[in-house]
Design a protein around this ligand. Structure first.
Ligand code: UD1
Ligand code: UDP
Length: 388
């Protein structure tokens, strides 16, 4: 009998968990060929556990590294140390990491130190600015330099890798697994369980969904955004803000100072993925500095104003459903207001468009692994975005 491929999936934060979950679930369908192992660093604790619970994933290893106010050095060194032990014990054939967090980079580096192959999911996203987003741009570049297999979500990300001399045969265009996850969760008849969400009157009020967490936006940039939001809800009667606030105390402090106690601004804890994704689907508009939400909202036909100066996800910007607006107070106010008062402008940005995936990314990733390890004759058909 041919040996099974031992694949260790390493992740640690909320978005990695959401985007790796479809792969973990899909891998269970290949028990003859693959032995999956899940190792979480728990760089995030509560926000990771929310996702593990939803997708019913019980990690084989939990390094539990999170500390309040952790630095990049804390995360990197604790993750590396913990992974060394786990990799020594398990000696997998392949380590899969996702995206661009510090867990991602530590996972790739730890595997490399053990001379274990690395597969990079969501490979090839680039802004070409090493401080924006920080430290994600370097995390994904360094991970890409180590990886043996690159699962690029789109042709654009594949081209970024080719430009860095990654070999064509090592790149598979798969679509983004976030769309697989979205297919699991968003339903038109979804009923919120949370009392506050249940009470929202989506017919009479327009909901602006807001999230912020990027390290380069901490402090003053975020403060400018919040001031603009306050001006906006004071002026536009039917506009309400729902803001699930990231657990980072540095985010929470400024949010509370600027937006605490306002009647039309609803500050809530991070939502579980299922209600959150369904809330995007019912919101009028999204303002965010998140990466994942930039991928989800366009496929649900929701305009996104991105509170950043750069993006590694240019596809939806070209399509016109996402706009980069930065964090300047006047700009944030005027761009959001435009979408609230100008229905033509709103309509232009709310055409559903899905450049990031078709719900089959996890399957393609696994087929690519089987192909690479000689358990399948052909590589998967690459993901092709539908023409607009
Ligand atoms: C991290 C990633 C970022 C990703 C983001 C997703 C790095 C350097 N950053 O940023 O790429 O976009 O996750 O959200 O890898 N905290 C909790 N409970 C939680 C999660 C966080 O209390 O469940 C608090 C802790 O005090 C922690 C702080 O938030 O120290 C910041 O977490 P950290 O992972 O360092 O940075 P993020 O901004 O979450
Ligand atoms: N998300 C969630 N609950 C929330 C806010 C976001 O489940 O309260 C999900 C969101 O749908 C997306 C992911 O978290 O899939 C994005 O995570 P985040 O913005 O923290 O990180 P990024 O994508 O910027 O790395």
């Amino acid at each position: 009998m041919q040996k099974k491929i031992k694949v260790m999936m390493v992740f640690g934060t909320r978005p990695e968990a959401i985007k790796m979950a479809p792969i973990v679930l899909q891998m269970r369908k290949y028990p003859e060929d693959i032995l999956p192992i899940v190792a979480v660093t728990a760089q995030h604790r509560e926000m990771l556990d929310q996702v593990l619970e939803l997708f019913k994933i019980r990690p084989d290893y939990d390094l539990d590294i999170m500390a309040k106010g952790q630095t990049l050095f804390d995360i990197t060194s604790r993750a590396m140390k913990g992974l060394d032990t786990v990799l020594t014990k398990e000696a997998p054939d392949l380590v899969l990491v996702h995206g661009d967090t510090t867990t991602t980079f530590a996972g790739a580096l730890a595997a490399y130190y053990h001379q274990i192959s690395v597969g990079h999911v969501e490979a090839g996203l680039r802004t070409h600015n090493k401080y924006s987003p920080y430290p994600e741009e370097m995390n994904r570049k360094l991970t890409g330099a180590i990886a043996d297999l690159h699962f690029a979500p789109t042709d654009t990300s594949k081209n970024n890798l080719l430009a860095e001399s990654v070999k064509d045969e090592d790149i598979f265009v798969t679509g983004n697994t976030v769309i697989d996850a979205l297919h699991h969760t968003v339903r038109e008849d979804f009923e919120f369980k949370d009392e506050f969400l249940k009470r929202i009157n989506f017919k009479e009020n327009r909901i602006i969904l807001v999230t912020t967490h990027r390290r380069e936006n901490l402090g003053e940039p975020m403060r400018h955004v919040y001031k603009a939001l306050k001006d906006l809800v004071e002026e536009i009667t039917d506009a309400h803000i729902v803001f699930p606030v990231h657990k980072n105390p540095k985010v929470r402090e400024v949010v509370q100072e600027e937006l605490g106690g306002l009647e039309k601004v609803h500050l809530i804890d991070p939502l579980d993925y299922e209600p959150f994704a369904n809330l995007i689907n019912r919101a009028y508009l999204v303002l965010t500095d998140s990466g994942g939400i930039q991928e989800e909202a366009p496929s649900l036909g929701k305009p996104v104003l991105v509170l950043r100066d750069t993006t590694e996800r240019p596809e939806a910007v070209s399509a016109g459903t996402v706009k980069l607006i930065g964090t300047d107070r006047d700009r944030v106010y005027s761009e959001a207001k435009k979408l609230l008062i100008d229905s033509d402008e709103y309509k232009k940005m709310s055409e559903a468009y899905n450049p990031y995936g078709d719900g089959e990314a996890a399957k393609r990733i696994i087929e690519a692994i089987l192909y690479r390890y000689g358990k399948r004759e052909l590589p998967p058909e690459p993901f092709k975005a539908a023409q607009q």
